[in-house]
Design a protein around this ligand. Structure first.
Ligand code: TEU
Ligand code: CA
Length: 549
């Protein structure tokens, strides 16, 4: 059956960094409203709004203190309602971030829960006694250090898989689930179009993970009752609305993904898997200067294309607010020419695959990793905690080594302000931006690109249009070609007798490759390319998409 979310292109907005209208250096909802025409021109169908709820902002708003209030720095509830209205007038849908694995420690629920052991909200969070005078077990937080924090008021430890200020909710408690479902209905009744669900496969903690010999945070992914809770959520809430849902699910296998989002009966429409984001991980996870290899990237992405075929729907993304910039990571920023070509090539490679594409704000301009000079410029809690852990406590990296890792993988890379024009602060704010603007804004910005047919922006526009015009892009089967080639990422999409051939050169080399051109479909027509002319070679970062029979 045709589902609108299969044909949609989603654009992720990180509100803090999108557009500031009142000069406090923080993006806001009126700023988003002012850019809806820009988004309409790009051609996207859905906005995924990262959290805009009341929050002490320890973790960029992923620590929510009131699920039904807008953070004052972003605006009023009326501003949000106006945003929704203005978006809908332009036929743009809005999905919200649902962050319910944990709350902020400033949420009223937690304030109650921690106040004493007899409080009715005590069991809404996960409390344990100390073990032999220390933490209940050795479980580690995703953001470094123990996953347990001591609460002196009531003399027990609470579980936090992320920052100390993000206590995990106890989903075992039916009152918690029903409070979450109420909140979801409340937003859906306002007219929003769905949810992106933060770490939704972490909500069920295996008993062993919480026991005295429980291990690492990783033990909490895909816990025993995730499916049960999601089915309940679907029955109680999701099934009653025409919406889209995408679960953020680190550590899923295709098997898990199909359980969560199978085409016929899955509680969610799709999930974000992260296997391709982890191919350059090292012994200390993302904090490494390891390089990825192209055959591995192809293997991982193709595995997901193939294994979900006919079973579940893929979400397609190169990055988000937690990842470095795609063109810095998989492309080439060593020259203007390579930057432009590789940004377009990467967009093609992703958007011609099967699934729903997600564009992170600024990627449509080819925005690059932030120029981080000093540790004092860093704002992200994950990065700062990791620095303390790996440099100061464990002496694993020197300052300079860690700075190199941070420049490569730190979350601030993608969170720097949107580059709207070449004016002060890239047109993001008239005040002091909460995180500095990338120094390259005079050459990478929206104003320069919107009317320049050779720009990254205009190329994204074209790709998005193609997805609307060429059905095989939405529904064709995927097949990887030349799996071992370490320069070309090439694949085919086929449906009935329609064939799409996608060729992407991930290298800065120019070479001949007859093998690939021998695979051209019959009556091949060039649909899109990032060079103006054709030669018999494949040039640096060249991409070519042919359609035929
Ligand atoms: O991210 C979950 C998650 O797995 C990330 O912590 C990821 O491993 C890491 O950021 C990679 O560097 C979600 C949100 O997207 C993230 O912004 C939040 O900090 C996190 O949940 C906690 O809510
Ligand atoms: Ca503002």
């Amino acid at each position: 059956m045709a589902k609108w979310w299969k044909e949609a292109v989603v654009y992720q907005i990180y509100p803090r960094s999108f557009c500031d209208t009142n000069g406090d250096g923080i993006g806001d909802i009126p700023g988003i409203i002012s850019k809806l025409d820009y988004l309409k021109a790009l051609g996207i169908d859905v906005i995924w709004l990262s959290p805009i709820y009341a929050s002490p902002n320890v973790d960029g708003g992923y620590d929510i203190s009131d699920y039904r209030a807008i953070a004052p720095e972003y605006g009023l509830m009326e501003d949000f309602e106006q945003l929704l209205h203005e978006a809908h007038m332009r036929k743009i849908r809005i999905i919200m971030d649902l962050v319910v694995n944990h709350t902020s420690d400033q949420h009223e629920w937690f304030i109650q829960s921690k106040s004493d052991r007899e409080n009715p909200k005590r069991d809404w969070y996960i409390w344990r006694d100390s073990f032999e005078g220390r933490e209940p077990n050795r479980m580690e937080s995703v953001f470094s250090g123990s996953a347990w924090a001591f609460e002196p008021l009531s003399g027990q430890y609470y579980l936090h898989l992320f920052a100390n200020e993000q206590p995990d909710l106890n989903w075992e408690n039916p009152e918690v689930r029903s409070a979450v479902f109420d909140t979801m209905r409340w937003w859906l009744d306002k007219g929003i179009d769905g949810f992106r669900m933060d770490v939704i496969n972490l909500i069920s903690k295996p008993t062993e993970a919480l026991s005295v010999d429980g291990g690492m945070g990783g033990n909490c992914v895909n816990g025993p009752k995730v499916c049960e809770y999601l089915r309940e959520m679907h029955r109680e809430v999701l099934s009653k609305y025409d919406i889209m849902t995408v679960g953020e699910t680190p550590g899923v296998s295709p098997f898990n993904a199909i359980q969560y989002s199978s085409l016929d009966s899955g509680p969610l429409n799709m999930v974000f898997q992260f296997e391709h984001m982890d191919i350059d991980a090292g012994p200390y996870g993302k904090w490494t200067t390891n390089k990825y290899t192209l055959p591995e990237l192809k293997r991982v992405l193709s595995k997901w294309q193939t294994e979900l075929e006919g079973q579940a729907w893929n979400s397609l993304f190169w990055g988000n607010h937690d990842q470095p910039r795609v063109v810095s990571r998989f492309g080439d920023t060593s020259s203007v020419e390579f930057w432009n070509k590789s940004a377009k090539m990467l967009a093609t490679c992703l958007m011609m695959m099967k699934g729903t594409p997600y564009i992170f704000q600024g990627d449509e301009l080819g925005m690059t990793n932030l120029d981080i000079h000093e540790l004092s410029e860093v704002r992200d809690v994950e990065t700062l905690n990791a620095y303390r852990d790996l440099v100061e406590s464990k002496h694993i990296y020197s300052h300079n080594e860690m700075m190199e890792c941070i420049r490569k993988a730190g979350r601030d890379n993608a969170r720097s302000p949107m580059q709207w024009d070449a004016g002060m602060n890239a047109g993001f704010t008239l005040g002091v931006p909460w995180l500095h603007v990338n120094g390259n804004y005079d050459s990478v910005n929206a104003e320069m690109q919107i009317n320049d047919p050779s720009s990254v922006f205009c190329y994204y526009q074209k790709l998005i249009q193609l997805r609307k015009q060429v059905p095989v892009i939405i529904s064709g089967r995927y097949e990887l070609l030349l799996p071992d080639d370490d320069r070309l990422f090439a694949y085919k999409r086929t449906e009935d007798d329609n064939v799409l051939l996608v060729i992407c050169n991930f290298s800065n080399c120019c070479f001949k490759n007859n093998e690939i051109f021998n695979l051209l479909p019959r009556q091949a027509e060039l649909l899109i390319s990032n060079y103006d002319d054709r030669t018999d070679s494949i040039r640096p970062y060249e991409t070519l998409v042919y359609i035929g029979k």
